[in-house]
Design a protein around this ligand. Structure first.
Ligand code: 5GP
Length: 180
């Protein structure tokens, strides 16, 4: 294991169990509907792929890419759409699937942009939320786990594009971040 990887914060077993629970809740809430899952690239792909296979409602998927930290680990507050949706979301039930909410800046920007397109409904499913870090109040209807304020990798999340393939969530060792 690389010297920058710290301890396991969330094991594979806990992830599997929680994803199943979230999928049950979402399937119940969207019964009779065909929601569009909007995955936020690239971090959310592992979560979205696992979640959609546990759902019992007929979902469709689409993706957006927005600028994030680059190689740094601090939110810049500057958010840019790098890849927009391919689907028209007017009158669709949209569920944004996000990897992690930190300050909430990224998600709040994204939600504003999606809201302006008049979906029938718009909700958020986030895999992780950093406790006490939100600078913008956001409603995360479906949340996987609250985590402490550590920089985490694995299960889709990277550090300078590395470690996305890890099956569980690790904290990076403190002191190795390159801050913006
Ligand atoms: P926010 O705008 O909420 O501050 O930041 C959200 C984005 O920052 C996430 O979508 C993710 O790309 C990145 N991010 C925030 N915290 C972490 C973290 O602990 N690990 C990783 N890999 N990315 C993070």
């Amino acid at each position: 294991m690389k010297g920058e990887i710290g301890e396991v914060l969330i094991s594979e077993r806990r992830i599997k169990k929680r994803v199943k629970e979230l999928a049950e809740e979402i399937s119940r809430d969207y019964r009779g509907k065909s929601p569009l899952l909007v995955g936020v690239l690239r971090g959310a792909i592992v979560f979205l792929a696992d979640l959609m296979r546990e759902l019992t409602v007929p979902v469709e998927i689409d993706f957006m890419a927005i600028s994030s930290y680059g190689q740094a680990t601090k939110s810049s507050g500057v958010v840019r759409i790098l890849k927009d949706l391919d689907e028209d979301i007017r009158s669709r039930h949209v569920l944004v699937v996000e990897d992690i909410v930190d300050t909430g800046l990224t998600l709040s920007y994204l939600l504003k942009s999606l809201e302006a397109r008049h979906p029938a409904s718009l909700q958020v499913c986030a895999f992780l939320n950093k406790k006490g870090k939100q600078r913008i109040p956001l409603e995360i209807k479906y949340l996987g786990f609250e985590i402490p304020d550590r920089f985490v990798v694995g299960y889709g999340l990277d550090f300078a594009q590395k470690y996305r393939y890890f099956p569980c969530i690790y904290a990076l060792k403190p002191g190795i971040y390159r801050e913006a």
